[in-house]
Ligand binder design. Structure first.
Ligand SMILES: [Zn+2]
Ligand SMILES: [Zn+2]
Length: 180
């Protein structure tokens, strides 16, 4: 879990803390059974006590996912990173301090106790940023539809036999000229 213990900030409005966190997240615990990390997910940033039980977190995350290429079915790793800005509200606190206004892009998240768990928010950001059809490389040649060979490792024998029907007439013509 990427989580922050706020006990040092709890009763000091205006106080802030730098955080540098790493972990191998238990993705299935957060509802993302498909996400697999090749290495630790990390988060660096700052948390600030904004008063009235409100804590603002600002920072950036980095990680490396293992994905399966949608063309050749090989696994590959994809670096993922982004920024995260969230406002957490202690459940017993008032929803907003007077000097803060809710904006549309800034949602608030309730928490209880001394721990703020950022994992859910980071995993959601990563999940939403994933390509619909991941590719191991932009020019991945995929698998041969006939024999299943990975064409990134070289052509197979089937290629020459798949001829566009529009070229068939030309092929027949050339062959007739050759006197076949
Ligand atoms: Zn591929
Ligand atoms: Zn083939």
């Amino acid at each position: 879990m990427i989580h922050i213990n706020i006990s040092k900030l709890r009763n000091i409005p205006g106080a802030h803390l730098d955080v540098d966190l790493h972990c191998q997240p238990q993705c299935s615990q957060y509802g993302y059974n498909d996400l697999r990390f090749a290495e630790d997910l990390s988060f660096q940033g700052q948390i600030e006590n904004c008063g009235n039980g409100t804590y603002q977190i600002n920072g950036a995350y980095q990680g490396r996912l293992i994905l399966t290429c949608s063309r050749c079915a090989q696994e590959f790793s994809l670096p993922v990173d982004g920024t995260l800005r969230r406002t957490y509200v202690a459940q017993q606190g008032k929803p907003f301090p007077e000097n803060m206004e809710e904006t549309e892009e800034e949602e608030t998240i309730d928490f209880s106790g001394n721990d703020i768990d950022l994992t859910q928010e980071i995993l959601t950001e990563i999940y939403l940023s994933l390509p619909m059809q991941p590719l191991c490389r932009p020019d991945c040649r995929g698998l041969c539809p006939v024999c299943g060979q990975d064409l990134n490792n070289g052509s197979c024998a089937c290629i020459g036999e798949q001829i566009d029907p529009r070229w068939q007439k030309l092929k027949d013509f050339v062959e007739s000229k050759k006197g076949v």
